[in-house]
Design a protein around this ligand. Structure first.
Ligand SMILES: Cc1cc2nc3c(=O)[nH]c(=O)nc-3n(C[C@H](O)[C@H](O)[C@H](O)COP(=O)(O)OP(=O)(O)OC[C@H]3O[C@@H](n4cnc5c(N)ncnc54)[C@H](O)[C@@H]3O)c2cc1C
Length: 496
């Protein structure tokens, strides 16, 4: 068949304009002979800063405009805008352990080892302009947290995004230029926008891939003017951990019973689509700030560098492998995460996050409407042995020790609460790091959705290149690992 080039025909369609999508669009359009289109459901505010809403640019807050609410679950919020979740997130970067990436390599080959990923990590860190919080931007709470950590035997490390040690405190690098959230669209897309071979189709929701035989022949999208089909030789899925499996399920790729239940004809049986959802669950010890802390924070708010989270502690619980870590502790002080507080009042607390959870959740379609939120079940703290609950309980104990130490007691007092399993299950929150719903793994493995190059099993010309491809959650904030993964897949595709 000779493909006739029309306005809607490309060499590659990158489906989802978030963190990974921006990397892929840039990497693939670098070859001027390759026609690339980046398709995004949300708006495109670029190039430059002028068109962007102020809240998306302010790295000190978590914006709530341009998000997928996914049924109102706070843990399921995702960016819906060119730049994706990097336009609404906490701007923090850390990196996993060699063991985390060895798990990826066991599923997808040596290209996923820590050593092989290192050049991609470095490129991403440079493009995202990562920098650590300097002394003059540390809030009194940030400084006191470092002091308290040191007293508890957590030395400050200079590089939280490097492999680091297993028991340390530090200031994770931020993608903030001054107070500006330097999102993936600024980092990757703005330099690529002038290329005539790159199109950006914003306000365009991907419904489904049209699969005929063993290939995708087009993608059906919805815009304000109706439905249409876009064609390409290759389709790269970068709609994120919730978006990518939903596109595949609507396309007839997934567990057959589940597809039939919502009226989708099963075309490719892949039981792993939407399964294996992993996230970092967290429990917060709420603290009551002293008037002196509120006053000091108000003073910072009027200046700049006012990030809620400036400091993290990394440590291993009693169940962790020696030399590694399975907990992050975040002493935070700043704007309320949900809702708002009167001017001059701030939310203060210490959250323990479980960085190597065993529980797994799932994403299931409720309807074939691409705007209908799927059912997202994180299933936090549900692992059979109770490992996750126990590690988080230890993390919370450590949070209490930290809060009780003199440098922090000066600024805030623990709010009344007594720990119980019921309390933990009711209050468990998320670090917003979902991964794994279209995991890589060898052909023939029933849980694997794509191979180690991101190629969808059972369909020739579809590649997955976002957080959903990650087979096991790294003990790190996920943006940097996703950026590195996207660089790796872009390099593989560019070389083909
Ligand atoms: C509130 C919040 C705070 C976070 N804080 C941090 C942090 O401080 N540090 C860190 O490392 N990580 C953080 N993360 C996680 C980080 O942002 C993600 O790991 C990363 O963005 C994943 O990249 P992605 O490309 O897979 O998905 P995304 O960046 O979410 O991009 C997916 C894109 O696909 C689009 N899309 C989805 N479905 C469709 C469709 N059907 N049609 C068209 N387009 C579609 C979306 O609109 C979005 O633009 C945070 C996330 C959130 C939500």
């Amino acid at each position: 068949v000779i493909e006739v080039a029309t306005a809607d025909t490309y060499d590659v369609l990158v489906l989802g304009g978030g963190v990974a999508g921006c990397v892929l669009a840039d990497g693939l359009s670098a070859d001027p002979s390759r026609r690339v289109a980046l398709v995004e459901a949300g708006p495109d505010y670029g190039p430059g800063l002028d068109g962007w809403p102020a809240d998306a640019l302010d790295a000190r807050k978590l914006p709530r405009s341009d998000v997928w609410e996914y049924g109102g679950q706070p843990a399921a919020i995702r960016g819906r805008v060119i730049g994706g979740s990097s336009a609404i997130n906490g701007c923090w970067h850390t990196w996993g352990s060699a063991g985390d990436f060895a798990e990826w390599a066991a599923r997808g080959g040596a290209r996923w080892s820590m050593e092989s990923l290192e050049p991609h990590r470095r490129r991403a860190a440079e493009a995202m302009r990562l920098r650590s919080v300097p002394d003059d931007e540390l809030s009194p709470w940030g400084s006191a947290s470092l002091e308290a950590a040191a007293r508890l035997g957590f030395p400050e490390t200079a590089d939280m995004s490097g492999a680091g040690s297993d028991r340390c405190a530090g200031r994770p690098p931020l993608n903030a230029v001054g107070d500006l959230r330097w999102n993936a669209a600024f980092a990757y897309l703005d330099p690529a926008r002038p290329r005539p071979n790159l199109s950006i189709l914003s306000g365009t929701t991907v419904d489904r891939l049209v699969i005929e035989g063993s290939s995708a022949t087009s993608v059906e999208v919805v815009t304000t003017t109706g439905r249409r089909n876009l064609r390409a030789n290759r389709y790269v899925l970068t709609a994120g951990t919730y978006g990518t499996p939903c596109i595949l399920l609507r396309s007839g790729v997934g567990p057959p019973g589940e597809l039939r239940a919502v009226g989708v004809r099963p075309l490719v049986e892949l039981p792993g689509v939407g399964r294996n959802l992993a996230d970092h669950p967290g429990l917060t010890l709420a603290l009551a700030p002293t008037p002196a802390l509120n006053a000091a924070l108000l003073d910072r708010e009027r200046g700049h560098g006012f990030y809620n989270s400036q400091v993290a502690l990394k440590t291993g619980s009693s169940r962790c492998d020696p030399g590694s870590w399975d907990l992050h502790l975040l002493p935070t002080a700043g704007f309320a995460l949900f809702g708002s507080l009167p001017p001059g009042e701030y939310e203060v607390g210490i959250t323990a996050f479980l960085m190597k959870p065993r529980s797994r959740g799932h994403v299931v379609l409720r309807s074939i409407d691409p705007e209908a939120p799927p059912q997202i079940e994180p299933c936090s703290l549900t692992d059979a042995g109770g490992h996750d609950l126990e590690v988080l309980r230890e993390g919370l104990e450590l949070a209490r020790e930290l809060a009780a130490s003199e440098p922090l007691r000066r600024w805030a007092r623990p709010a009344r609460f007594s720990y119980s399993e019921a309390w933990a299950r009711e209050r468990v929150g998320s670090y917003w790091h979902p991964v794994g719903t279209c995991a890589m793994g060898p052909d023939g493995d029933p849980d694997a959705v794509a191979d180690g190059r991101g190629r969808l099993h059972g369909v020739d010309n579809v590649v997955i290149a976002d957080a959903s491809l990650i087979p096991s959650i790294p003990r790190a904030n996920t943006q940097l690992p996703v950026l590195a993964l996207a660089h790796a897949v872009a390099e593989l595709l560019a070389g083909e």
